[in-house]
Design a protein around this ligand. Sequence first.
Ligand SMILES: [Zn+2]
Length: 235
Amino acid sequence: MLSRRHFCCAGALAGTTMFFGRAFAADSCTTLTRERQAALSPDDALTELRAGNERFLTQNMRNCDLLGQVRATAGGQYPFALVIGCIDSRVPPELVFDQRIGDIFSARIAGNVAEDDVVGSAEFATKLAGARLIVVLGHSECGAVKGAIDGVTLGKLTHLLQRIKPAIEAHGNAPGEHNSKNKDFVQQVATTNARLAAQSLQQDSQILRDLVTQGELKIVAAMHDVTSGRITFLQ
Ligand SMILES: [Zn+2]
């Protein structure tokens, strides 16, 4: 049976002292160790992602030696969070949260939907690899959400867009036209879609549900604004 020890250990010890005493050092490029990852709470992880987006917005992003981080993480990885985001080129999680090599897991799928394989990836990232936080990151002007609203059909995309239908139906009484030209409607559906995906992770996975119940994991939804780069957490 697989366990966390199959995915970590060995190496990544460089710079351990940088993380003692503080959950994170905003100006630090030191990668997490297993010990530091284990000491973090879900709220620590959330605080760091909030701070990371603030660094991004204020152009105070960390300037790290990425190849040095590659060497530091070669023997094992201890990311503190998983971001499930859209494939949209304007919303790369590592950049908008100011994270670097080994900091976060990133799962990207059109419309940030929680398909079974995404749920399995989340189980790996948390139960086996120790991440403390899952963020479902939706965004404004999402093409997948617009496609779902307009009933687009195209190859296997048709099936994927079905996952967004519950969010559309949740706004069945919203004012205005229910098509992709109605920006308010698109934003409402995208926001609800992120919320529902976060909820479904727990509903669909006993493993994730147990971690949340035990206080070892938090699952939240958030929305990225493609006009400003700002991320708003939906609590
Ligand atoms: Zn999108």
